[in-house]
Design a protein. Structure first.
Length: 94
């Protein structure tokens, strides 16, 4: 099966960022779904999905890098977490 790159530059940029910061992590049963429906690190039956709600969501989550920035992005509805939130936190802390 050949990989098909999305045409939307913001999707390509977000996928490249995810690969750069999380590509070497074993995320197990965690998936990331972008605003256009693209799924990164798809797993057959994810127990948790990080849902990015718009093209600027990753930037709002991680710039500048701090727990406050991440919390503000969540409160501002830039992203959501579906399923087991603790699983996502454990996967990201490894």
């Amino acid at each position: 099966m050949e990989a098909v790159l999305p045409l939307d530059p913001s999707v390509r940029t977000s996928l490249a960022f995810l690969q750069e910061i999380l590509g070497t992590q074993h995320l197990g049963e965690v998936a990331v779904r972008l605003w256009d429906g693209t799924v990164w690190k798809n797993t057959p039956r994810p127990r948790c999905t990080l849902v990015l709600k718009h093209p600027g969501a990753l930037r709002r989550m991680f710039w500048p890098a701090s727990q406050l920035t991440l919390g503000e992005a969540y409160v501002q509805d830039d992203f959501d977490i579906e399923g087991d939130r603790d699983l996502l936190m454990r996967a990201l802390s490894n």
